[in-house]
Write a protein that binds this ligand. Structure first.
Ligand SMILES: *Cc1c(COP(=O)(O)O)cnc(C)c1O
Length: 533
């Protein structure tokens, strides 16, 4: 056990608790800094600012509202406050520190040019309720980005307001339902293959559909024969992720679309993995009716930790009339106008309604357009080619030490999938992921997709260099070899992180989000209440 540091807080899981190195008095190890909660740092009577102001006696009207108890705000001097947050920020792993191999997340470098453009006052300082004539430039950005998205996908329309991938899925499904209802043909079932992303069945269920599963073939793709067997007058459509969550391109996509259309249904494609095919494949050519694009993945805007995102949805001609409001139109004088309302006679009579308060994520739009324009058509195609090349390099470099279930089926797309099948009993995917933390990497996506046992899904993206990939591969090989040799120390990884193995299920289900003073000790922190067990 480590000695408590000055604040009384003790790092119960630091590397020295192994007994391999002596505990430090501070609780910090080299430059791996510990940091207590801000409430534990505060001191009575401390203050960051001096107010030379005496409010005097309150007037009788407000006297009864005067607070009798301490507010319990953490009081710290300015330099202590700055240090607290800077120390916390150093505990963050970030794409600017190293690779983020999370499969299905497309964590790529975000060029600084995008940031500079998004911060221009003409974009950053505008308000969504400003008169339309004063924001014609911002509208032009939305229009130009929309035009690129339609050209890249060969689709007829695009709804810009959805604020994330999953929000875009809901938009697409609601447009599909509006189209089916408009032709008096409400249907009940949405088919979702096993290789689809988890948000797909969740979206269909959220929109009120019965979700039915379609099995995958042994090479990880949609079983076309099984899908065709299930099609019928009750099937509203399908939701297919392409490239799918096994990192594979659904080669039968056109045949799937044709079969679904012949049975009167509609085709939703989850396009969050568009990074692998941008500039190479136009989803409109594959018979897709609706597809969301994650601007925060393919078009490089910072994401992770819950936001911000942007999920525009491209729509086929059949679905375009049902697109949500608001959307942009040019009036007869060429001015851009946001159509905010449905009107039975003049505009958007068939729109399914509104998904968001305003026009969407302006900051994401400017970043995505800056990214697209700085790459150009040829650059975007190279994004897809390099992302796929990098993923295949990872796949082929590790397939001899880790089980790669679909490696025989040919090249992968943007992500490489491994399973825990050839690890010895007792060694798991979790051990490899935790070992990666000791190696200084953010772990890959684990236990997803569900179609393989103990999945490890690795998406390097195009922005990792060969040197960077080789370092990552070297660490993965070493971990796989240690696991195969039954190295028990891997079971207690991470050993060099400020925290060891945590009860992640408990942390997710019972997060302790507020600090409370211990009973009877006003203002004094209690370790048990901070969740320090
Ligand atoms: C990321 C992702 C989503 C969800 O996107 P969010 O912006 O997180 O809502 C959906 N499908 C796939 C395949 C994804 O990779």
């Amino acid at each position: 056990m480590n000695a408590p540091n000055k604040s009384g807080w003790k790092p119960e899981m630091g590397p020295a608790s192994d007994g391999e190195a002596p505990a430090t008095a501070s609780g910090d190890y080299a430059l791996a800094l510990e940091e207590p909660l801000i409430f534990e740092l505060r001191g009575k009577g401390k203050c960051g600012v001096d107010f030379d102001y005496d409010p005097g006696e309150p007037s009788p009207e407000i006297a009864k509202f005067v607070r009798k108890k301490d507010v319990e705000l953490p009081a710290l001097a300015e330099p202590e406050t700055v240090r607290h947050y800077t120390r916390l920020s150093r505990q963050n792993y970030a794409i600017d520190l190293g690779p983020f191999p999370l499969g299905s997340c497309t964590m790529k470098h975000n060029p600084r040019l995008n940031e500079a453009v998004a911060r221009l006052p003409g974009f950053a300082d505008i308000h969504p309720l400003q008169p339309m004539d004063t924001v014609q430039g911002a509208f032009a950005v939305i229009e130009q980005l929309a035009d690129w998205l339609m050209k890249l996908t060969n689709m007829s329309a695009v709804a810009m307001s959805p604020k994330a991938g999953a929000h875009g899925e809901l938009c697409g499904i609601l447009a599909m339902r509006a189209a089916l209802e408009a032709r008096g043909d409400a249907r009940e079932v949405v088919l979702v293959p096993e290789s689809a992303h988890g948000t797909n069945p969740a979206t269909a269920a959220f929109a009120g559909y019965k979700v039915e599963n379609i099995p995958a073939t042994k090479d990880g793709r949609v079983d076309l024969a099984k899908l065709k067997e299930r099609l019928g007058p009750d099937v509203a459509g399908v939701m297919i992720t392409n490239p799918n969550t096994c990192g594979l391109f659904e080669r039968d996509m056109k045949a799937i679309s044709d079969a679904v259309h012949a049975a009167g249904g509609l085709v939703y494609c989850d396009g969050a993995n568009f990074n692998a095919i941008v500039g190479k494949v136009r989803p409109g050519d594959l018979g897709i009716d609706a597809m969301h694009i994650n601007l925060h993945k393919t078009f490089s805007t910072p994401h992770g930790g819950g936001g911000p995102g942007s999920g525009p949805v491209v729509l086929s001609a059949a679905l375009a009339p049902f697109a949500p409001i608001p959307f942009l139109r040019r009036d007869d004088k060429g001015r851009l106008r946001m159509v905010e309302e449905r009107s039975a006679k003049t505009h958007a009579p068939e729109s399914f309604g509104r998904m968001a308060a305003f026009h969407g994520q302006m900051g994401m739009f400017t970043r995505a357009l800056a990214y697209i324009l700085s790459h150009g058509a040829d650059g975007l195609r190279q994004v897809a080619e390099d992302a796929v090349l990098n993923a295949n390099y990872v796949l082929r470099s590790l397939e001899d030490v880790l089980d790669a279930p679909y490696a025989d089926a040919g090249p992968c797309m943007h992500e490489a999938l491994f399973s825990d099948d050839n690890l010895p009993d007792g060694m798991t995917t979790l051990d490899i992921a935790k070992g990666l933390i000791d190696e200084g990497f953010h772990p890959m996506t684990v236990y997803f997709p569900l179609v393989v046992h103990g999945a490890m899904l690795i998406e390097p993206t195009e922005t990792e260099s060969k040197i960077g990939l080789d370092r990552f591969i070297g660490s993965m090989r070493s971990l796989a070899e240690r696991a195969k040799a039954g190295d028990e120390t891997l079971k207690s990884a991470p050993r060099y992180a400020p925290r060891r193995r945590m009860d992640e299920a408990r942390a997710a289900r019972k997060p302790v989000l507020t600090w409370k003073a211990a009973p009877g000790q006003p203002g004094e922190p209690s370790l048990s209440e901070i969740g320090g067990s």
